[in-house]
Design a protein. Structure first.
Length: 198
């Protein structure tokens, strides 16, 4: 009888230990394993859309028209930059000579001590970033190089490229895929105007 009780107790102890171990392993599995990030192209493009929107790229790169609540993005011109068919305003202001800046009403153009600059076309048309590589996009965004070319000029104000020098490659990749997914808009943005030609 004693042997039977001892065997039952030993068996119960083994079963309890196995069950406890299994529960512990299950708990570890649910707390340590986070859901895998969605790495589909659609999810990456959606992340890029989020970044471009929250980083304010539309503020300068999307032409706008006045609506009932103020300036509204013109959807068919989304991120196409300063409209090439728009006349360039002459800026002759004492304030600019003192270091102040002035902006076009839709923010796609700006004048200051650097001259007049125009927001670039970020759509995948050849007049925009259609021929760019992702490496060029990264160089433009994080090093301020025009068209991402080493020998190119530095991007002019108000482009805040200095804020993006430490951007993660994954975020740059997502933004690039999003921009490449847009409808291409043919719009060759004018070259900057130097201060002496203002």
């Amino acid at each position: 009888m004693r042997k039977t009780i001892a065997a039952l107790l030993a068996g119960t102890a083994i079963i309890t230990a196995l069950q406890f171990g299994a529960c512990k392993a299950d708990n570890k599995k649910t707390t340590d394993n986070k859901p895998a990030a969605d790495t589909s192209t659609a999810a990456i493009i959606e992340r890029g859309h989020y970044l471009v929107t929250t980083m304010g790229c539309n503020d300068c790169h999307s032409p706008k028209r006045m609506g009932p609540k103020g300036p509204e993005i013109i959807p068919e011109l989304l991120l196409s930059g300063y409209p090439a068919d728009r006349p360039i305003v002459k800026f002759d202001s004492k304030l600019i000579k003192e270091g102040f800046a002035m902006l076009y009403p839709d923010l796609t153009g700006a004048a200051g001590p650097w001259g007049i600059s125009f927001a670039g076309n970020l759509t995948p048309d050849e007049t925009g970033i259609g021929n760019w590589t992702e490496a060029q996009f990264k160089k433009a965004l994080t090093q301020g190089k025009f068209k991402g070319i080493d020998e190119g000029r530095t991007l002019l104000p108000p482009m805040p490229w200095i804020n993006y020098v430490n951007m993660k490659d994954d975020d740059i990749h997502a933004m690039f895929l999003y921009l490449k997914s847009l409808n291409p808009v043919k719009n060759l943005v004018p070259a900057p105007v130097t201060p002496d030609k203002m």
